[in-house]
Design a protein around this ligand. Structure first.
Ligand code: SF4
Length: 284
């Protein structure tokens, strides 16, 4: 398996991104079924690492049990979360409703290799340009909490046309936290139902992305900084939605990212309860 595996652990989210790349399911498949399938990805296809995301994974009521189960399979785990429910009970504002109970960050930190936290701006205006309801105060409070419990943290920044000139200011804020091991800067990818529909608000060309990210590496010595263009990420992911459907974004076989990749469509490979699915994924 050459693609990175991303598991949607929770359907709802604490923020609402108009550029969200995700396809959301209506149901949430049980943890035992997920673990059985991921165990086969590990044993039959040699998958060694999984990213647990969402929606937001902290909206899943048994997220701690799921993480422990994945750990028991011997996987390296990255947990990508906005982090709101680390700070206290948190309102689900997107693709769901209600309240997610607080998740003990200390509990989670020991079961995962890296906790990915999104920071897309150095002020509320630029954060909310992409993640409605997010705030600098919440994101920095998350970092302080994770630092206090000894977590290893990665920062995920979606670079788009409205925050591209503010990356050095983000770097200056991150410099205060020794828990940060990695900073990934992603060129906004106009895919999925929302991301492709709202692409004109966020789209940034490859040259502008390169210009915007040029020089950020030297601002954070000691942190592994990865600059990820859409061409680099194209055909790079295998996703499992909250209901257990396995899919990939519909992207063509050309090396470079191009206009035909900007689509709401996805390719569905099957459901995780399908015994033959592993065979079909061998070529992925
Ligand atoms: S892109 Fe935004 S709305 Fe979509 S799952 Fe991630 S944080 Fe939530």
């Amino acid at each position: 398996m050459r693609r990175s595996v991303i598991l949607t652990a929770g359907n709802g989210c604490f923020v609402a991104c108009p550029g969200c790349y995700n396809h959301f399911a209506r149901n949430l498949i049980d943890t035992e079924t997920i673990l059985r399938f991921i165990g086969r990805l590990r044993s039959d296809l040699g998958v060694r690492k999984i990213t647990v995301g969402g929606g937001d994974p902290l909206t899943r009521p048994d997220i701690v049990t799921l993480l422990k189960g994945l750990r028991a399979l011997g996987l390296r785990i990255q947990l990508d979360t906005v982090g709101t429910a680390f700070l206290g009970d948190a309102r689900i504002r997107f693709m769901g409703s209600g309240t997610a109970r607080r998740v003990d960050a200390a509990h989670v930190a020991g079961d995962v290799d890296l906790i990915g936290i999104p920071i897309d701006g150095a002020d509320d205006e630029s954060i909310r340009a992409f993640r409605r309801f997010g705030s600098v105060a919440d994101q920095l409070a998350c970092l302080s909490l994770l630092e206090a419990v000894g977590a290893r943290v990665g920062i995920n920044t979606v670079v788009h046309r409205r925050n591209a000139d503010g990356l050095t200011r983000i770097a200056d804020k991150l410099a205060d936290y020794s828990c940060i091991r990695q900073w990934q800067l992603f060129q906004f990818m106009p895919s999925g139902p929302l991301g492709s529909r709202n692409r004109h608000e966020f789209e940034i060309g490859a040259d502008d992305f390169t210009r915007a990210t040029d020089g950020v590496k030297i601002r954070l010595p000691g942190v592994s900084v990865s600059i990820k263009s859409n061409t680099v990420r194209k055909n790079g992911y295998l996703l499992i939605d909250g209901g257990g459907t396995v899919w990939t974004p519909r992207q063509d076989s050309k090396v470079d990212w191009n206009a035909s990749d900007e689509t709401a469509e996805r390719v569905i490979h099957g459901h995780i309860t399908d015994e033959m699915l592993i065979q079909r994924l061998r070529c992925c």
